[in-house]
Design a protein around this ligand. Structure first.
Ligand code: PEP
Ligand code: MG
Length: 873
């Protein structure tokens, strides 16, 4: 005869497959000698057998359940249904992994018309006893029998209305007795029989309900989507109830073995005497700090403190522990690894290592890299956030919290900020002309554009909060209003943005500044010791370069030169260059740009010293640099001394139907090699100057974007190499440098073997590679990818985390074929994915040399790279 029921004292934690996660944990705590309320687990095997037997409980199981109850009765000295002090139990599902759709908990099972009187007597609280009874009937009917909850709730509402009270807790014992009667009538009407008074019948029905919930539609769908076998079955946990509200010698609380906010190694928690679990969280009574339990019951306090340390040592991590005291006796109801802030996670991981409880590698794995954002950016005050309701959700484009008054143009934002206001820049989408407004804003909100839109990329570089592509808000730049959740927001109104979740709030929410503890450095140093992948930053200016070094970036993986073109004093020369009709005119305009670019590069090289600096030649379509407003076009025409109509016509001729697939990247340099030549000259002249400044290790890498065919690369490489040799000859000085390319067009990945003959390095531009592999526009996909996630078509946004199956396959091919041709080919990634932990792990597995991401994500990538090494072992 199979053993189908295990007392908590009989199980072991290794029996998770048989006892489920919860059951194995309860058994584990019991065998540690902890005061866990007694109970038993019905095995997953019993659940599978139940299905084999045509969904019926069978005699053997019923008899083993009965024996299980008898054991608890004996242990607790209480009897099921007893009119004096009844044994009550909770019933919970407990699969190997927890999943949605499984049966909710039923509490207080065992109550009936007689036992309720016994409960009233022992708790000396008739109101409580009847409240527990009416809750039990409702829970049991809904959860185990499937009678709609709403039927009970409308009776409850009606009773409150009739009695003139607002809250459930204000109903009297009499009123609750009345409600119990009404509930039983509902049960009879719906089920066609009386509410079961016999506790064993109640229990068997509840057990069956748990078994049935294994195969409900939600649970089945969840398993299918997550690749969990349908043949595991669920266990059922039956545990005796303990009451913290039996009187002044009873109580309940929750405590963490260390401080979950700061990581301090001191038990942190609170409790309430004569109360039930929900009273602690409901906030009606103010709970007391755990230290004061010492004054009420020294024995319980000491036992709890010892237990907390014991559990922490056993599970080798900070524990979140629920406890109840019944008649001055401590019970541990639950323990699990506690949730914690990033600060606390770092402090606890380092200290557990120092205390010898875990290894350095384990410490590194204990902190979620994504959580580090909390340490690097301001976050909303958690209490303030609880009371705030979002008015929309966009893409979490750049993490951190932003709060301020809204402005709809860069100029307005700039002026308001200059006048002392904290501002949020609100735009349909941003363009490089908005930089000045973005720079002074506390946060940026756009209604269109994706994770790699201008707003998102620039905000990440600036370390500024940004919610992009939020189609829930309608922005009218003309009337300077924004409409969301049925309300109109005007210039000067306050909003708050959470760049880590993408949520937008129509109000002011207080923020907390990030806190970096000494432990952070220690912890990150360990990560650096372990990782093999180098971590670079995407940085466009000397300032960004310095920020990147502050975060220990080992180089610059992408300097987008065009970002330098938008400074007010430069855009004019850029526009002249674009609108030139002849090569001569263009070279004249380029000559004005040369010293400006050179100056920027010197600043970056000086800041980066001997670290590699990868500078990309001009990438975006030219029309992006031209004015859009008629008044601006007139100013330009005046300055260039060209008729307005002609300028306008030239601008129109540059417009493209699909600029992302248009005249951009290396295609520009094919048409106008003089642009690439000017940039190469600026880079090399700057390197020579930096070398003269004492930076002898200066190391420029010139990167050609959007190559899809080897001949594109050869053509441009030939032109810039000639120009570079000219510079060396003119200056009588040489510097080391590399010429390489981005792999961001699928054809480049497919022909990587050919391309590696010319390229000394590859940098995966996974923003474009994702766009072109899926055929999803980077700038429009924000509008529909949310549906993909809601409908579980994708589990992550491929613009945030590399699509390893598709895009990743192209990368793998390029790595293999590129290295086969050139064994010392340097490989990196500079798309936004370079700061995404899962993508970093993937890049490590592919054997890339480095990942490059925005400066503020460098610590995240450093940690993820270390974790990748440990996980691979
Ligand atoms: C890319 O395409 O991944 C990339 C880094 O370049 P950009 O985002 O500037 O197109
Ligand atoms: Mg690109």
């Amino acid at each position: 005869m199979d053993k189908l029921v295990y007392g908590f004292q009989e199980g072991r934690k290794e029996q998770k497959a048989l006892l489920g996660g919860k059951g194995a944990n309860l058994a584990e705590m019991t065998s540690l000698g902890l005061p866990v309320p007694q109970g038993f687990t019905i095995t997953t095997q019993a659940c599978l057998e139940y299905y084999k037997k045509g969904e019926k409980l069978w005699d053997e199981l019923v008899s083993q359940i009965k024996d299980g109850v008898a054991v608890i009765e004996k242990q607790r000295g209480k009897k099921f249904g007893d009119v004096n002090d009844p044994l009550l139990v909770s019933v919970r599902s407990g699969a190997v992994v927890s999943m949605p759709g499984m049966m909710d908990t039923i509490l207080n099972l065992g109550l009936n018309d007689e036992a309720v009187e016994g409960l009233a007597r022992v708790t000396n609280n008739g109101r409580f006893a009847y409240d527990s009874y009416r809750r039990f009937i409702q829970m049991f009917s809904d959860v185990a029998i499937g009678i709609p909850k709403s039927l009970f709730e409308s009776k409850l509402e009606h009773m409150k209305e009739k009695s003139g009270v607002v809250l459930d807790k204000d109903l009297s014992e009499e009123q609750l007795r009345e409600l119990v009667k009404e509930y039983k009538v509902i049960y009879k009407e719906q089920k066609g029989e009386d509410f079961p008074m016999e506790p064993m019948t109640q229990l068997n029905l509840a057990v069956e309900a748990v078994f049935k919930s294994w195969n409900n539609e939600r649970a089945k769908l969840y398993r299918t989507l997550n690749g969990i076998s349908h043949d595991l079955g669920t266990a059922v946990n039956v545990q005796s109830m303990v009451f913290g509200n039996k009187g002044d010698e009873s109580g309940t609380g929750v405590a963490f073995s260390r401080n979950p906010a700061t990581g301090e190694n001191k038990v942190f928690g609170e409790f309430l005497m004569n109360a039930q679990g929900e009273d602690v969280v409901a906030g009606i009574r103010t709970p007391n700090p755990i230290e004061t339990l010492k004054d009420i019951s020294e024995s319980c306090y000491n036992e709890f403190m010892e237990t907390a340390k014991k559990l922490e040592k056993h599970y080798r991590d900070m524990q979140d522990i629920e406890f109840t005291i019944e008649d001055n006796k401590l019970y541990i109801l639950q323990t699990r690894n506690g949730k914690r802030t990033a600060l606390s996670a770092v402090v606890i991981a380092t200290e557990l290592y120092e205390e010898g409880m875990i290894t350095k590698e384990e410490a590194i794995l204990r902190v979620d890299p994504k959580q580090l954002d909390q340490l690097l950016h301001p976050v909303f005050d958690s209490k303030a956030l609880k009371n705030a309701a979002p008015i929309g959700r966009g893409l979490p484009a750049s993490p951190g919290a932003g709060m301020g008054q809204i402005y709809f143009t860069a100029d307005d934002a700039y002026n308001a900020n200059a006048a002392g206001q904290q501002v949020i820049l609100v735009r349909q989408e941003t363009s490089p002309e908005d930089l000045k407004g973005m720079n002074c804003a506390d946060g940026i909100l756009t209604s269109s554009g994706g994770m790699t839109s201008h707003a998102a990329v620039v905000a990440r570089g600036m370390g500024k909060c940004c919610v992009a592509g939020c189609s829930d808000v309608r922005i009218d730049e003309e009337s300077k209003t924004m409409t969301a959740a049925g309300k109109v927001y005007r210039e000067g109104d306050f909003i708050s943005l959470d760049g880590s979740t993408g949520l937008v709030y129509g109000e002011k929410i207080e923020k907390n500044e990030p806190q970096l503890s000494g432990k952070f450095k220690e912890f990150m140093d360990w990560a650096d010791e372990i990782r093999t992948l180098e971590v670079f930053a995407n940085a466009d200016t000397p300032h960004d370069a310095r920020v990147a070094i502050g975060f220990n970036a080992q180089g610059i993986g992408l300097c987008r030169t065009e970002h330098m073109f938008f400074e007010l004093d430069r855009i004019q020369a850029v526009r002249e260059m674009i609108l030139s009709n002849t090569l001569e005119e263009r070279e004249k305009a380029l000559a004005k740009l040369l010293p400006m670019q050179r100056g920027d590069f010197v600043g970056i090289f000086d800041a980066m010293e001997d670290r590699p600096v990868t500078i990309r030649l001009l990438d975006p379509p030219l029309h992006e640099f031209l004015p859009r407003e008629e008044s601006d076009i007139r100013v330009l025409a005046n300055e260039m001394k060209i008729p307005f109509e002609e300028v306008k016509a030239r601008i129109v001729s540059l417009e493209e139907f699909n600029p992302m697939l248009g005249h951009r990247g290396c295609r520009l340099a094919i048409t106008y090699p003089e642009i690439a030549k000017m940039q190469a000259r600026a880079i090399i002249e700057a390197a020579i100057e930096s070398k003269k400044n004492g930076n002898t290790g200066v190391y420029p890498e010139i990167m050609i974007p959007l190559v899809g065919h080897i001949n594109e690369l050869s053509y441009i490489k030939k032109h810039i190499s000639e120009e570079i040799e000219k510079v060396f000859a003119e200056k009588g000085e040489r510097v080391q440098f590399l010429i390489g390319t981005m792999i961001e067009v699928p054809r480049a990945a497919l022909t990587a073997g050919e391309i590696a003959k010319e390229a000394e390095f590859f940098s995966f531009g996974t923003n474009d590679l994702t766009q072109m592999t899926f055929g999803f526009s980077r700038d429009d996909s924000g509008k529909f990818l949310a549906d993909y996630s809601d409908k579980s078509i994708f589990d992550s946004d491929p613009f945030q985390s590399v699509d390893q199956t598709g895009v990743g396959r192209l990368m793998e091919l390029a790595v293999k074929e590129g290295r086969a041709v050139r064994s010392n080919l340097i490989l990196g990634i500079c798309g936004e994915h370079g700061g995404d932990p899962a993508s970093v792990e993937f890049c490590h597995k592919l054997g890339l040399n480095y990942v490059s991401c925005s400066p503020y994500r460098v610590p995240i990538a450093r940690l993820a790279a270390a974790q990748a090494v440990i996980k691979q072992k």
